[in-house]
Design a protein around this ligand. Structure first.
Ligand SMILES: Cc1cc2nc3c(=O)[nH]c(=O)nc-3n(C[C@H](O)[C@H](O)[C@H](O)COP(=O)(O)OP(=O)(O)OC[C@H]3O[C@@H](n4cnc5c(N)ncnc54)[C@H](O)[C@@H]3O)c2cc1C
Length: 416
């Protein structure tokens, strides 16, 4: 219980209202460019201006609105409107003075320290913070307009919602989980529970087949094993070590190493990697060249100078999640200001992560943990006593889930 209260406080009140007078003097006139306005990038842009108002900070993000993946499984099962997880950048502009440019970064010249934009022109930076999230590996035959992943929120979330609504009673929902690491470790199991609950109530006799590429449930194992074997016994069929080989998107048939699965609704979550933008710039040098290697003291690239990578695209081994992307962003912003000021990043950073997980339409569980810098390994390591999941899903945690997410949204998008 105390761990849970602590992370709620840390996110909502800790760095959110604090200012550091030593830092406020920093970095006059330097231009910091942040790429990607999700949980990592929006938070970094905000805190750079909050702690060093004289900095010039440009946030480059193609979309005028951001749809949060956090809570998006509730949109899939029609418990929440998409508008409740949609945010814009107006407050970052008006309250913090972040210059927001709606464009897509097409290339990075790390020698000239410039970015080229898909809309034309280029932007020069003194320091660059990249937070572009993830891209997916190609899956043979997968057409996401017929077989949604709904692992980036927005149209994909609504498409899966519509397909679920249109399912017949007694139908088959088939969900495939990619090999770790992928964004939101408990997220696919949460989706299985939310969908099973929906089908139980609205499409009786339906089944959820979960095909996991991993050898075991990758997060909150006790919570999900209990749900799969108890509440959803006879509805959820969970199988491990299943590798997806291809998809017939029109026929909704999934081919795997253990056979074919025919679905009424097919939900394939493809394997993840850092976006091509980072690979083209030579930044994806970690985890089999899938992720961007960084120094966790500052999130500075280990490949080139003056570039930092935060959020899902970085390769520190911390979970790929929105809460911890927000936490990494604050450490990165603080370090960038110190470095611009001729100083050094703080020597012992900590980050924290939390995921609340709806298990039924009115109960939720949670998973949380703290990571701290270990000078011996030069890596972020889990703090054992901080790692934990709720003892049982409850109504109280379901209500708390909205407080936690509200704090995260408010802190990230600078809402009043
Ligand atoms: C179903 C689901 C549930 C989840 N639940 C939780 C949860 O309970 N708790 C939790 O902590 N996390 C959760 N997550 C994970 C969380 O959503 C991600 O880890 C988080 O969004 C990562 O933040 P990010 O800033 O790295 O990337 P994103 O939030 O994906 O933001 C990336 C941004 O970069 C922009 N971008 C991409 N390429 C470019 C480019 N070339 N130029 C400019 N901009 C670009 C994109 O438009 C996007 O806005 C969940 C995820 C899913 C799928």
């Amino acid at each position: 219980m105390s761990t849970r209260r602590n992370f709620l406080k840390t996110l909502g009140l800790g760095l959110g209202v604090a200012t550091f007078p030593g830092i406020l003097r920093a970095a006059a006139n330097a231009h910091v460019v942040v790429v990607g306005g999700g949980f990592g990038g929006a938070t970094a842009a905000k805190y750079l201006k909050h702690w060093a108002p004289q900095l010039e900070v440009t946030l480059i993000e193609p979309n005028p609105q951001y749809h949060s993946c956090v809570l998006s499984n509730l949109v899939v099962v029609n418990e929440l409107g998409l508008d409740r997880i949609t945010f814009d950048y107006a407050d970052l502009r008006s309250r913090f003075g972040v210059r927001v440019r709606h464009d897509r970064v097409a290339g990075i010249d790390t020698t000239a320290q410039t970015l080229s934009l898909a809309g034309g022109g280029s932007v020069a930076y003194d320091r660059l913070i990249l937070a572009p999230g993830v891209e997916f590996d190609a899956v043979p035959g997968l057409d996401i307009n017929r077989v949604p992943h709904a692992w980036k929120a927005g149209d994909q979330t609504l498409l899966l919602q519509q397909q679920l609504q249109a399912m017949p009673a007694g139908g088959d929902f088939v969900l495939s989980i990619p090999p770790a690491p992928y964004r939101c470790p408990p997220g696919p199991y949460e989706r299985a529970c939310a969908v099973a609950d929906f089908l139980q109530r609205h499409k009786p006799g339906s089944r959820v087949t979960v095909l996991d590429a991993n050898p075991n449930i990758t997060a909150a194992r006790r919570t999900f094993e209990t749900a799969f074997n108890g509440l959803y016994a006879g509805i959820i069929d969970y199988r491990t070590n299943v590798q997806v080989q291809g998809v017939d998107s029109a026929a909704r048939v999934l081919t795997t190493n253990v056979g074919e699965f025919q679905a009424d609704t097919l939900n394939v979550i493809p394997p993840h990697r850092a976006p091509q933008l980072l690979r083209d710039a030579g930044l994806a040098n970690s985890g089999g060249d899938k992720w961007a290697g960084v120094d966790p003291l500052s999130y500075a690239s280990t490949a080139v100078p003056n570039v930092h990578i935060i959020g899902d695209a970085q390769g520190t081994g911390q979970p790929k999640a929105g809460h911890i992307a927000n936490s990494e962003a604050k450490i990165c912003a603080d370090a960038v200001i110190r470095l611009l000021n001729g100083g050094q990043p703080l020597a012992s950073p900590k980050t924290n992560s939390a995921c609340y997980t709806p298990i039924t339409a009115d109960t939720a569980s949670f998973l949380t943990g703290v990571f701290r810098y270990d000078p011996a390994s030069g890596a972020m390591q889990p703090v054992p006593e901080s790692m934990g999941e709720a003892a049982h899903p409850s109504r109280e945690y379901y209500d708390e889930m909205f407080d936690w997410a509200g704090n995260l949204f408010q802190d990230t998008f600078a809402q009043r």
